[in-house]
Ligand binder design. Structure first.
Ligand code: PBG
Length: 327
C-alpha cells in the first residue's frame, strides 16, 4: 500500500519540533569578545556597534562576572593601548593593557576561560598586523614578536592564545616558545582561515586598528578561495594548533562545513563585527526581528559545523535561547 509521506507530522507543535531539532545553540558554544582600554570607570559605546563597549579593567571585571553567571565558558580579549609605535611594543610589554587585564581577571575568575587575541595591529602606529619595512609587512620578524606576545599573555594568565595575524609559521613559533617556558597547558586557537574581509570595518573602529596605508590582502586570505583555507588549516594543525578558526562566519559557512568534515579538531567560527552591525542596524530600523534573526544565524553557524562560536551577541543569545526553551 502506498502511504502518503507527511513530514509535517513532526512539525505539528513546538514540543514535537524541539524533540526532533538537530541543532540547538547553547551557552557553552559561545565566546564573548571584549575590548579593554587603559583608565578607570570607562565604558565607551562603539558608535558602529551599539551594545559593544570599550571597557577599562574595573568595568571589564564586572562584565566578566556577568558572563560567568550566564553560563558562557569564556571571553576573548582585545587590547587598545594608549600609545602605539612602529614595533607594537605595547603588545608584549610586561604592563601592557592585556597583561594587566589577564592578571586581574584570572585572579577573580579562575573558572572563566581567558582567551587572548594575539596580534600587533592594535599596537602598531601603522595599524598592520606585523613589522613594516619599505611598505611591506615582514613575516619572520613579525612572527618573533607575535610569539613573544603570546608567551607574555600565557605568563599573565591566558588559558588560550589566539593568533589572528595570519603570518606564516606563527603557530609553530608560539607552540615552541610556550613549551620551552613550561606553558604546555596553554592552548592555541589559531585564526587559520581568516579572510581579507570588509566585514571587519566596525571592529577597526572599536579597536582603533585601521591600517594607515594599504590593506591586509598580503596576509589575510582571498575570499574566492576554498583550497587555500584547507591548506592553512592543515598547516596550523601540523604546527600545533589545538583549535582552528574560520572567520568571518556567515559568508563562509561553506568553509566551516568543509573544515569540520575534513579535520578532527574543534572548529571555531567568528561571527565578526560587520555581521553584528548589520543585524543591529536592520533591527534598529524595525526591518527585521533581532532576536529571531540572531538565533537563526547562530544556529546556522553551528549547523555548518562550528563547535565554538565567537559572537558579540553571546550574552543576548544566552538570554534568548534560554527563554525560548531551546536549551
Ligand atoms: C586583529 C583582529 C581583527 C578582528 C579580530 N582580530 C581585525 C582585522 O583583522 O582587521 C576582526 C573581528 C571583527 O571584525 O569582529 N587582527
Amino acid at each position: 500500500m502506498h502511504i502518503l509521506k507527511r513530514p509535517r507530522r513532526l512539525r505539528l507543535n513546538e514540543q514535537m519540533r524541539s524533540m526532533v531539532r538537530e541543532t540547538v545553540v547553547t551557552p557553552k558554544d559561545l565566546i564573548y569578545p571584549l575590548f579593554v582600554v587603559e583608565g578607570k570607570g570607562i565604558r565607551n559605546e562603539v558608535a558602529s556597534m551599539p551594545g559593544v563597549y570599550q571597557l577599562s579593567i574595573d568595568n571589564l571585571l564586572k562584565e566578566i562576572e556577568d558572563v560567568a553567571k550566564s553560563g558562557i565558558n569564556g571571553v576573548i580579549l582585545f587590547g587598545i593601548p594608549d600609545n602605539k609605535d612602529e614595533r607594537g611594543t605595547g603588545a608584549y610589554a610586561e604592563d601592557g593593557i592585556i597583561q594587566k587585564a589577564l592578571r586581574e581577571a584570572k585572579k577573580e575568575f579562575p573558572n572563566i576561560l581567558l582567551i587572548a587575541d594575539v596580534c600587533l595591529c592594535e599596537y602598531t602606529s601603522h595599524g598592520h598586523c606585523g613589522i613594516v619595512q619599505n611598505g611591506k609587512v615582514l613575516n619572520d620578524e613579525s612572527v618573533e614578536l607575535i610569539a613573544k606576545t603570546a608567551l607574555s599573555y600565557a605568563h599573565s594568565g591566558a588559558d588560550i592564545v589566539a593568533p589572528s595575524d595570519m603570518m606564516d609559521g606563527r603557530v609553530y613559533s608560539i607552540r615552541k616558545i610556550l613549551d620551552q617556558n613550561n606553558y604546555t597547558d596553554t592552548a592555541i586557537m589559531a585564526y587559520s582561515a581568516k579572510y581579507a574581509s570588509s566585514f571587519y570595518g566596525p571592529f577597526r573602529d572599536a579597536a582603533n586598528s585601521t591600517p594607515l596605508f594599504g590593506d591586509r590582502k598580503s596576509y589575510q586570505m582571498d575570499y574566492g578561495n576554498v583550497n587555500e583555507a584547507l591548506k592553512e588549516i592543515e598547516i596550523d594543525i601540523e604546527e600545533g594548533a589545538d583549535i582552528v578558526m574560520v572567520k568571518p562566519a556567515l559568508s563562509y559557512l561553506d568553509i566551516i562545513n568543509r573544515a569540520s568534515s575534513k579535520f578532527h579538531v574543534p572548529i571555531a567560527a567568528y561571527s565578526v563585527s560587520g555581521e553584528y552591525s548589520m543585524i543591529k542596524a536592520a533591527s534598529h530600523n524595525g526591518w527585521i526581528d533581532e532576536k529571531s534573526v540572531v538565533i537563526e544565524t547562530t544556529t546556522a553557524i553551528k549547523r555548518a559545523g562550528a563547535d565554538i562560536i565567537i559572537t558579540y551577541y553571546a550574552k543576548d543569545l544566552v538570554k534568548w535561547v534560554t527563554q525560548a526553551g531551546c536549551v
